[in-house]
Write a protein that binds this ligand. Structure first.
Ligand code: NAP
Length: 554
């Protein structure tokens, strides 16, 4: 794996004082270094992993692959970069994406400002000095007037609190903490717990190795065929010839992904035959956005959505030979697209293999892990290895693990006790000069993530440049702007079908986590417009000041 660090890096005491401390060395942290350096700012990123790449550094499970096409899922900030890089397949594999990220780190000379193996555990803002002090797990302190939290949305892996895990005699793994040397399941009895995007990708591959694979499913998920394949040279040539225009067009769409004709009709205005043909074409084409873009109202009208959901359920019934297994795999508890829609290669076909069984742990939950496997209420399973594809403490987990507070008494964990509050997903009232990239209240996780990362970081860079021009050094949102934004985020979510699913978007996968719909689902296009308007109106909703003096622009 290319997680090369170029030798020991200088610690903060050896380098000039910082303007911006960045938490995270993934796609967001790397772009933040590049962009903020471009303003002449002194920046440094702190990364817990021993290599750059964030989610793509950690998630090395078999079959890990992006479900957004590689020509889209890449940085746009350098046309030379997007022209030069050759993606070998329609969808990038984890090793390929990590190779790309390492290439970016080298190409833009980012490594000299990245400190690896450094987990930030606390961030305290001292109001009088106008300084953030970040503390690392080893006790090092880093000071900077601004900090950028680029710590990821799906970076806090979660193993459910099953009784008895410590007694298990075999090996266990979590999808998001996969061993770098890989795992060979050949000849083993393996249990995979979880059937979200990670489970759906790894199950067909583990099934090919394992003596027997038990899949423990609590909730069935919709999955569509990815139709992956080698990159077609003509497709690549055409895309690259129009790259800047395609990126601009993507920014005008809700998912920040271009290339799909905008839907014009409700699913209910066409005949059943026409609908079925449209869904079939999308099913054959592959890709999730394409499917959800078949009609205007699939994510807002239950009756319309039912037609799309039923089409996929019937596909599952057609693929999986055992009717009972097929029915268990056919999701009925949420509308298609309201949980992350999975993309797969041979997922449903895998259940036709003689060495694969599906266990319904909704009706018969897992009670405990035992020395030799696991036990549900009614059955005992002998296992040599257990894989937790059980997800993450999403969106707020990474920041909750950092003790974020200010000398004025604000504590982020308390401020977010009832659910995360942000203005534009970019800043939090009471926490000056702390920016968040693609956090709660932002559309990030509902879009082509790198487009959102670039948009957020560009907005942050412009805000810092604005402060400097005005000879100011502090920015924070007003409590009212934050509250209005949170209400808007909730109102938009409530006008869609999203809240009908018990998803990680809602915090539903973590016992005790407040049930609040966290992402902004109004679309990347609308969001970007709003951010641009706010900036153009002299940062409406923010207070900009010089510490010690107060010059308001609320
Ligand atoms: P996830 O979507 O949260 O899925 C976790 C799975 O574990 C669910 O099936 C969940 O069931 C199950 N689970 C959790 N606790 C359980 C318990 N105590 N007993 C039984 N089952 C339990 O996590 P993920 O698959 O890692 O995906 C997270 C997100 O990462 C995705 O939604 C996506 O945004 C991203 N991702 C993307 C890709 C890609 O680009 N292709 C690949 C992987 C991940 P319930 O549904 O009942 O809670």
């Amino acid at each position: 794996m290319p997680d090369a660090s170029n030798g020991p890096l200088p610690r903060q005491q050896d380098v000039a004082p910082l303007d911006v401390a960045i938490v995270g060395g993934g796609l967001a942290g790397l772009y933040a270094i590049h962009r903020l350096r471009g303003l002449g700012l002194r920046v440094r990123a702190y990364e817990a992993g021993s290599g750059v790449g964030g989610t793509w550094f950690w998630n090395r499970y078999p079959g890990a692959r992006c479900d957004v096409e590689s020509l889209e899922y890449s940085y746009s900030f350098s046309n030379e970069l997007q022209q030069d890089w050759k993606w070998p397949e329609r969808y990038g594999t984890q090793p390929e994406i990590l190779k790309y990220i390492n290439h970016v780190a080298d190409r833009f000379d980012l490594r000299r400002d990245i400190q690896l193996d450094t987990r930030i555990v606390a961030a305290h803002f001292e109001s009088k000095a106008n300084l953030w002090t970040l503390r690392t797990a080893s006790g090092e302190e880093i000071r900077a007037p601004y900090c950028v939290m680029a710590a990821g949305n799906l970076s806090t892996p979660r193993v459910p609190d099953f009784k008895g895990l410590e007694s298990f005699k075999g090996k266990w793994y979590h999808s998001g903490l996969w061993p770098h040397e890989g795992v060979d399941f050949t000849g083993l009895r393996v249990g995979v717990i979880g059937t979200g995007s990670s489970g759906v990708q790894m199950i067909p591959i583990i099934a090919r190795q394992a003596r027997h694979l038990h899949v423990f499913q609590r909730t069935a998920n919709f999955s569509l065929p990815a139709r992956n394949g080698p990159m077609e040279p003509e497709r690549e040539r055409c895309h690259k010839a129009e790259y800047p225009a395609r990126r601009a067009a993507a920014a005008e769409t809700p998912f920040a992904i271009g290339g799909y004709p905008k839907p014009t009709k409700s699913a209910l205005t066409v005949s059943a035959k026409e609908r079925s043909e449209a869904y079939e074409a999308k099913w054959q084409e592959g890709g999730s956005i394409s499917y959800l873009y078949a009609y205007t109202d699939l994510l807002v009208n239950k009756e319309s959505n039912d037609t799309a959901s039923e089409f996929v359920r019937n596909k599952i019934r057609g693929i999986v030979r055992d009717p009972r297994t097929a029915e268990l795999l056919a999701p009925k508890d949420h509308p298609i697209g309201t949980k992350r829609l999975c993309l797969d290669t041979d997922y449903y076909e895998t259940y036709n293999l003689p060495n694969v069984s599906l266990i319904d742990v909704r009706s018969d939950p897992i009670r405990e892990i035992t020395g030799n496997g696991l036990r549900t209420g009614k059955r005992q399973f002998e296992l040599d290895a257990i894989v937790f594809a059980t997800g993450f403490d999403a969106m707020t987990g990474a920041l909750r693990e950092i003790d974020v507070r200010t000398s004025d008494g604000a504590v982020l964990r308390d401020h977010w006790a009832g659910g995360p509050l942000t203005y534009l997903g970019l800043m939090v009232a009471g926490f000056p000069n702390m920016f968040v990239v693609t956090g709660p209240g932002s559309p990030g996780v509902k879009t082509q993530m790198i487009a959102s990362i670039e948009q957020h970081v560009d907005w942050i860079a412009d805000a810092l440049a604005h402060l400097r021009r005005k000879d100011l050094d502090r920015i924070e949102p007003t409590a009212k702007a934050e509250m209005d934004w949170v209400h808007h985020v909730n109102a938009v979510a409530d006008s869609t079908l999203y809240p009908l699913a018990n998803s990680w978007y809602m915090g539903a996968n973590i016992p005790g986590k407040p049930r609040v719909f966290m992402p902004y689902v109004g679309g990347f296009d609308r969001y970007k417009k709003r951010c641009d308007e706010v900036a153009a109106k002299d940062y409406e909703g923010f207070v900009l000041s010089r510490h010690g003096a107060v010059a308001a622009s609320a």
